[in-house]
Design a protein around this ligand. Structure first.
Ligand code: SF4
Length: 348
């Protein structure tokens, strides 16, 4: 939003202590503000009733909570919901939008959040990638997608797999994760959070060192030359370099590494690709998620047949790699493809 006030959402306890010191508020007020923001997730300063009236008035002057309701929601026939949020304007002044997808599944409620307005990575099969990059989301913008949906209390898992590349906005992604996992925040286990990446090696290394969240690397093709045709970042950070980094970490504990493999008919769904994948992932305790490609406008790619996907999955499982075919959710609302955000940007 264009508000120049500080957004409290996304602030750490330490940052709030510094703010309180600067404004002459008692140190314990910082913990009280954290409780209101995160444990009680209030959306107004007035609701912080154990702060003095004077403290609340001063906070109103200099800060906002940073909460904004979604402006649109599409509901799939399978219960998946795609929310659209307005976010800060990009540097060229145009209003930007991001998508957030809620996926209910029995007792589980997974939320897929966006971390950037658009994306620089340019993956050829991705609608967001084709729309270019319009700016980073702040930690407040990332957390608002979580705190401002009606299903907040039903969330069991968060995946950073929406619009954008998390390792390209790492400070804000880590700040949002700190709120989710710290005892002054929501106190979630980091193992309820999965962060995806195309494999930006320096960012991924920092993320692996500074967080315990699960990691999902977008692989999509085991052959470097073929991968390059759909993922330009293969040039800067070849998959072999990404795997060499991942192999330096222990994946036998609670933290998991998985590889996302979207299946494209005739491009990467042959058993020779499965065999090469087995060779590439040798020595890494991991799992592979096969994803059915959701056809979208302006992409020449097609979905693999169910038979090809089954055979590919069976091959990996037979050769010691845990592989599952990810259930397709929200296809009728084009969940998490960035189309809705792009259409809104064009209409404004
Ligand atoms: Fe960016 Fe992910 Fe789309 Fe690639 S698939 S362009 S990393 S949003």
């Amino acid at each position: 939003m264009t508000d120049t006030k500080i957004e409290l959402l996304g602030s750490s306890l330490t940052e709030l202590q510094a703010l309180c010191a600067q404004e002459g508020l008692p140190k314990f007020a910082a913990k009280q503000i954290c409780d209101w923001l995160y444990a009680k997730h209030v959306d107004s300063m007035d609701a912080m009733t154990n702060l003095s009236l004077k403290a609340r008035a001063r906070l109103e002057e200099i800060a906002s909570i940073g909460r904004h309701d979604p402006i649109n929601c599409m509901v799939s026939k399978d219960g998946t919901k795609k929310y659209l949020f307005e976010v800060a304007s990009s540097t060229d002044g145009t209003q930007q939008y991001v998508e957030t997808v809620f996926i209910p599944d029995g007792d589980r409620g997974t939320l897929c959040v966006s971390c950037q307005m658009g994306c620089k990575m340019g993956c050829r099969f991705c609608v967001t990638g084709q729309q270019g990059f319009h700016g980073n989301l702040s930690a407040a913008d990332i957390l608002n997608q979580i705190f401002s949906i009606p299903e907040f209390d039903r969330l069991t898992n968060i995946v950073y797999m929406g619009m954008g590349e998390p390792m390209d906005n790492l400070d804000n992604v880590l700040a949002s994760i700190a709120v989710l996992t710290s005892d002054w925040g929501l106190g979630w286990s980091p193992h309820r959070i999965t962060v995806s990446s195309v494999g930006i090696v320096p960012g991924l290394k920092r993320f692996l060192d500074e967080s315990q969240c699960h990691v999902a690397v977008s692989l999509h093709n085991p052959y470097p030359a073929e991968r390059l045709t759909i993922m330009p970042m293969q040039k800067a950070y070849p998959i072999a370099q990404v795997l060499a980094l991942l192999k330096q970490y222990d994946w036998h504990g609670q933290r998991r590494i998985s590889f996302e493999y979207t299946m494209f008919r005739g491009l990467n769904d042959d058993l020779k690709h499965a065999a090469e994948l087995v060779r590439l992932l040798k020595g890494l305790f991991c799992r592979v998620n096969l994803i059915r490609f959701h056809s979208s406008p302006n992409t020449p790619y097609q979905t693999s047949s169910p038979k090809a996907m089954d055979q590919f999955c069976q091959y990996l499982n037979d050769h010691g790699i845990i592989c599952t075919i990810r259930a397709s959710r929200g296809e009728d609302i084009m969940a998490a493809c960035g189309l809705l955000a792009g259409q809104n940007r064009q209409n404004n």
